[in-house]
Design a protein around this ligand. Structure first.
Ligand code: ZN
Ligand code: ZN
Length: 550
């Protein structure tokens, strides 16, 4: 019966029929001639399922809540589909109502319902609620574990995800392809290359590595962990590459600053007759952005018309960033003013930041005044940091002090810089000025040694990169304690000489750390790779792969 209603089209027809015949409540004796309540319930459940699987999950919820008044009760299958709709829509409050209903109906110990609840709460970012349900599941299967892992990944908590994966293995639960994909995402995010390699081996042993989603996640993981060559090898070996694989590879090349190769792959996609999607476009645009290729950027942007893709905020953002960073400030501003949507804070900040970078301070000030940055967006700490730095770099200390006061008055804290480094399969996390690490004492000794060696190389810290108004000494001290420096110091003391160091940072690196890293790579004779929010920096023997364009 349920199988008869297999498509969205069917669901719509049935739904319309139910409404037309006044069978609002799917009454068994309505003119739809349901023979018995079980039949109407099955149809209602089938409609829910079709909507839930379609690109209109909202309709599933609307239909269901409409029926709730006196219609047939949902079965556990319908509940799972409703919960997955809530997950897709991030509709936590509806999800809670459905949770309550499942308790009332006595389905709360149904494993499928439980797994769907875990998935729903995870997807909505309520990891603790998910954990509560999870803890009550007597026999957790691979689906329960994977939902938990996925939730942690989605909530940008990769270390929690890796920890869960570890527990899962200790409980003797074998991962499936969805687990592998989720864990690889966590490894990629955390920069956990060693762990990622182990998961790769597991995937090979379980013969899951040829599944397209797994293969694509492997490409993504290697690229994000700095091993672009491994990513390329896997990509070459992949027999039937789908668009996701191509897009992952293009993103990888873009983040490594390999614009030419990213473009080559993109044109190959086009020549092969595949339709790039909006993520593919974002990937190539960011490649152009990272290499300052303005003409190519426009060309790629125009491909969106050819494929009838509507530009989204990330495409506009990429273009503004590309133009502004390349010094085409007026063009960037014109572009920003022409876009049909309200530009976001990131776009304004990019433009102001680039104006500062190119020494156009009046330009930057005019934009700041126009945007009324501190009035309109008074909760985004990045605005304060940007403007504080801006004033500092032109020596307007009083204005800067005002920004600082506003920040304090509004109780706005800077997003803390956070860097991660994996050593022997364990990911260590550092915040700026962190002293919580067990090896803290040795790390700071190394920091001091690094500072001394850099000084001998003629390095002078640029104190304007620090927002807080302090005495100069203190500012400099703070620069030396930026999170990536702590991570690199830890890397230097806990790995063998000559071993490569990979650090992953949540924010953009500051100019000062960038200069320092170049020197550290030379002084300590180490290859250091830093992935910041924008791209990769490979520091070798005193220079960086980005050629200082970032
Ligand atoms: Zn820094
Ligand atoms: Zn660099």
């Amino acid at each position: 019966m349920a199988a008869e209603v297999s498509s969205l089209g069917h669901a719509l027809q049935l739904h319309a029929l139910i409404l037309k015949t006044g069978g609002d409540h799917l009454h068994p004796h309505s003119s739809l001639a349901f023979s018995h309540p079980g039949r109407s319930s099955a149809i209602a459940n089938a409609v829910v399922r079709c909507y839930a699987r379609s690109d209109r999950p909202r309709e599933a919820l609307l239909f269901f809540f409409h029926l709730q008044r006196s219609g047939p009760a949902p079965d556990p299958f319908a509940l799972t589909f409703l919960l997955s709709s809530c997950a897709r829509l991030r509709a936590a409050s509806e999800g809670r109502q459905i949770h309550a209903l499942s308790l009332k109906r006595g389905f709360s110990s149904n494993r499928r319902v439980q797994n769907s609840l875990i998935h729903m709460y995870s997807a909505c970012g309520f990891l603790d609620h998910a954990a509560e349900v999870f803890d009550r599941v007597p026999e957790r299967d691979v689906v329960s574990w994977t939902s938990m892992i996925n939730g942690a990944v989605e909530a940008n908590r990769p270390l929690r995800a890796l920890h869960l994966f570890d527990s899962m293995q200790r409980h003797g639960v074998e991962p499936n392809d969805a687990t592998i994909v989720a864990v690889l995402r966590a490894c990629a995010e955390a920069g956990a290359l060693g762990l990622g390699r182990r998961v790769h081996e597991m995937a090979v042993q379980a013969r899951l590595d040829s599944k397209p989603k797994v293969a694509t996640s492997l490409i993504d993981m290697y690229a994000k962990c700095g091993c672009i060559a491994s990513a390329e090898r896997l990509f070459e070996q992949m027999p039937n590459k789908d668009l996701f694989a191509w897009t992952a590879m293009i993103f990888g090349l873009a983040n490594h600053g390999r614009c030419e190769d990213a473009l080559r792959l993109f044109y190959q996609v086009v020549e092969d007759g595949m339709r790039p999607n909006d993520r593919t476009i974002t990937a190539v645009l960011s490649a152009c952005r990272n290499a300052g290729k303005v003409a190519e950027g426009y060309r790629i942007y125009n491909y969106m018309h050819r494929y009838e893709l509507r530009p989204r905020i990330q495409h506009y953002g990429c273009m503004v960033d590309l133009l502004a960073r390349a010094g085409h400030l007026d063009e960037a501003e014109g572009f920003l003013r022409r876009i049909p949507i309200e530009p976001d804070g990131i776009m304004w900040r990019t433009l102001i930041w680039a104006s500062k970078l190119h020494g156009k301070f009046d330009h930057a000030e005019r934009l700041m005044n126009e945007w009324k940055v501190l009035e309109k967006n008074s909760t985004e700490s990045e605005n304060f940091v940007l403007i504080g730095n801006m004033y500092a770099s032109i020596g307007k200390w009083e204005d800067k002090a005002n920004v600082r006061e506003l920040m304090l008055a509004n109780r706005i804290n800077k997003v803390p810089g956070c860097s991660r480094i994996e050593v022997n399969g364990i990911v260590h996390e550092f915040e700026a000025g962190d002293s919580g690490h067990p090896e803290s004492k040795r790390i700071y000794e190394k920091i001091n040694e690094m500072a001394e060696k850099l000084r001998l190389e003629g390095y002078t810290p640029k104190a304007s990169e620090v927002l807080l108004d302090m005495e100069d000494d203190e500012k400099i001290l703070q620069l030396h304690h930026h999170s990536e420096r702590l991570a690199v110091a830890f890397g230097l003391i806990s790995t063998n000489p000559g071993e490569k160091i990979l650090v992953v940072k949540n924010l953009r690196s500051c100019e000062d750390c960038h200069t320092a890293m170049k020197l550290i790579s030379k002084v300590y004779n180490r290859e250091i790779t830093i992935r910041d929010r924008i791209r990769f920096h490979h520091f070798v023997n005193g220079s960086c792969s980005c050629k200082d364009y970032w």
